[in-house]
Design a protein around this ligand. Structure first.
Ligand code: FES
Ligand code: FES
Length: 162
């Protein structure tokens, strides 16, 4: 049986200690340490529910071994903003009604953040491609795409005001 190792993961700006063997995934490590906004879906890279940002890029946590991301900057959907200071994506998903059961929402927000950080003014096609790794059984995606478009515009506005 492979042995546990103590890891210090950097998640949402803080250091999280976890004891985990080499075959366990980042998804397991995050959920075991209370980051339950990272959702457990298919656990084989199909649904995107488990997506987190690693150094700013969306990655499926279920396909990532926890040992491989020690020292990297990991951000979950909840880590993008606070109740008092919500990220534009967190706001527009609520305002546009892009959430129904909500299970896919953290992964969609993470994928959208990855997209708009690289493509600040995404076309409809960019948004569709950027979110193509995230499955939602409830919303039909139209409200999701609208929320991402509006959040991207808000991020551009915020940048231009700085
Ligand atoms: S749980 Fe990771 S892609 Fe589905
Ligand atoms: S809102 Fe239910 S799966 Fe997307």
């Amino acid at each position: 049986m492979p042995k546990d190792r103590a890891l210090a993961l950097r998640v949402n700006g803080r250091t999280v200690e976890v004891e985990i063997p080499p075959h366990r995934t980042l998804l397991e490590a995050l959920r075991d340490t209370g980051f339950v906004d990272v959702k457990r879906g298919c656990e084989k890279g199909d649904c995107g529910a488990c997506a987190v940002l690693i150094d700013g890029v969306a990655v499926d946590a279920c396909l990532t071994l926890a040992w491989t991301v020690e020292g990297r900057d990991i951000v979950t959907a909840a880590g993008l903003g606070t109740h008092e200071n919500m990220h534009p994506l967190q706001k527009t998903f609520v305002e546009k009604g892009a959430i129904q059961c909500g299970y896919c929402t953290p992964g969609l927000i993470v994928a959208a953040q990855s997209l708009i950080s690289m493509t600040p003014n995404p076309s409809e096609e960019d948004i569709r491609v950027g979110l193509s790794g995230n499955l939602c059984r409830c919303t039909g995606y139209a409200k999701v795409f609208e929320a991402v478009r509006e959040a991207a515009a808000e991020v551009r506005n915020q940048r231009s005001r700085r």
